[in-house]
Design a protein around this ligand. Structure first.
Ligand code: FES
Ligand SMILES: [Fe+2]
Length: 476
């Protein structure tokens, strides 16, 4: 366990941050790490929605759809942040986004098609709308119909990066897209694979789960390289074949506490304090856990083991490597990647859909290999190993099933532990540094609703948002 007097790291004993008081963008640090760490020592009751909005921070760009999926004729329907959106382009290059319910008599625009570049025509009566949501033609009404220029639907700003269309659903002016993209994917030296899936969980839990250091327990079978007799396909054969022979070495028994190693205006990153391998004695149960296994006879390999979590050397973010981090509005990193093409960063970007579902964009980001052989190897590694093993097997078969719908409650008081140091930081400090708080004075649906701006009552989620305000996270 961490002792306050001996703690080093983020806001270490001299009170300065590891990055000399500046973020990677050059702005001053927030210095909230010490407060989050202290709060974690006392079973904090900061609730999931005290400051964090149950339907997501709105003043941000979010990934919406792959551009290749938006046809020249057929639009694409996407539900996100509780709203129904139609994406279309016709033969235009740019993809546009409109509120899906037609301004005429509220049929779904996504049932229609793009007959002209950059427009969508509603299937019901043929009114046609441009990317700004303005009616530009009434095909069966009249070429001179007076509603042109008067009938208008809601449009959302869109932008693109690397084949993905991002959308801004905030009520304030959008920032440049690059400001909200993870810096690693903007760096032209890097390459990323993207995987999208729907999870039956409020968007906050995959965020919390990405920063709460559950791995050594929830994934203990993974750590043990065993799937049990009933799930032999979970056996990690590469553990036997790897030159490091990890199968024969002691696994992580506990983390010895969590420390914040980097904080800036939009993210916080952390490492375990003092990892114990093999087994450790717990006086409360007068026993050791986990039990020693006869085949773990080789010495522990700390550096190599943790480099798998990205905690060795420099990260792709340009700060010292870390094992878990969270970035506004809803991105988590497990591992931080490195200069070596072989070590990739596992980043998930959660897009709220409804109160009980979210869309998870997993970006696997690494340095682009320089040789053809290197590129081919990386492709095989991703499709044959990383995607089936990490994204499907670990994230979707082990993580999601523990907190999916009806298996986790958001309305009961929670008592956060030292493992949750980063969760506390996210729920309390990062949430209040969000653009929703900076621009609106709060976040829709949280216990601290906006003090400025009232645009949201116009959209379909307003009812859901109001319902969630009543939920007690509790600071008591
Ligand atoms: S409802 Fe869309 S054109 Fe009438
Ligand atoms: Fe996990």
């Amino acid at each position: 366990m961490v002792e306050l007097g001996t703690r080093t790291g983020a806001n270490g004993s001299n009170g300065t941050n590891a990055t000399n008081g500046r973020t990677i963008d050059g702005s001053p640090l927030a210095h909230d790490a010490e407060m989050a760490w202290r709060e974690a020592q006392g079973a904090s009751q900061i609730g999931p929605f005290d400051y964090v909005p149950p339907m997501g921070f709105r003043e941000y760009w979010y990934p919406a759809v792959f551009k290749k999926d938006v046809g020249t004729k057929k639009p694409v329907f996407v539900k996100m942040l509780g709203e129904d959106i139609v994406f279309f382009r016709g033969k235009a290059d740019k993809v546009y986004a409109l509120f899906d319910w037609c301004p005429h008599r509220s049929a779904r625009l996504s049932q229609g098609e793009s007959l002209f570049p950059g427009t969508i025509t509603c299937e019901y009566h043929g009114y046609t709308f441009n990317g700004e949501g303005e009616c530009v033609a009434g095909l069966i009404d009249s070429p001179n119909t007076p509603v042109v220029g008067k009938m208008k639907g809601r449009s959302y700003p869109t932008d693109e990066h690397d084949g993905v269309v991002y959308v801004w659903m905030g009520e304030t002016e959008p920032v440049p897209l690059a400001e909200d993209l993870p810096p690693e994917i903007v760096d032209s030296r890097n390459h990323s694979y993207k995987h999208v899936s729907e999870w039956d969980a409020n968007w906050t839990e995959p965020v919390n789960q990405g920063i709460d250091y559950h791995e050594a327990y929830l994934h203990r079978k993974t750590f043990n390289y065993m799937g049990g007799w009933t799930q032999p396909w979970k056996f990690k054969f590469h553990g036997l074949l790897s030159k490091e022979l990890p199968f024969f070495r002691p696994r992580v028994a506990n983390y010895g506490g969590i420390k914040i190693v980097h904080e800036d205006e939009k993210r916080v990153c952390s490492n375990p304090v003092n990892v114990a391998y093999g087994e450790d004695f717990h006086p409360g149960v007068n026993a050791s856990w986990p039990r020693k296994r006869w085949y773990m006879f080789l010495p522990k390999r700390v550096r190599k083991t943790f480099s798998l979590m990205g905690a060795d050397g420099a990260s792709l973010l340009g700060i010292p490597s870390f094992s878990h981090g969270v970035e506004l509005p809803s991105k988590i990193r497990t591992g931080s990647g490195s200069e070596k093409p072989a070590i990739s960063l596992h980043m998930r970007w959660m897009v709220p859909v409804t109160l009980e579902t979210c869309r998870v964009w997993t970006y696997t980001i690494g340095r682009e290999p320089k040789t053809i052989l290197g590129k081919a190897y990386k492709k095989l590694w991703y499709h044959l190993w990383r995607k089936p093993n990490t994204i499907t097997r670990i994230n979707e078969w082990e993580d999601l099933v523990t907190f999916q719908k009806d298996r986790l409650r958001y309305d009961l008081p929670q008592k956060l532990s030292t493992l949750d140091t980063v969760v506390i930081y996210f729920r309390r400090h990062l949430a209040q540094r969000s653009r929703d708080f900076q621009r609106l004075g709060g976040a829709y649906g949280s216990n601290h609703p906006p003090t400025k701006g009232a645009g949201l009552h116009q959209v379909a989620t307003a009812f859901e948002q109001r319902e969630m305000v009543g939920i007690e996270g509790g600071d008591c």
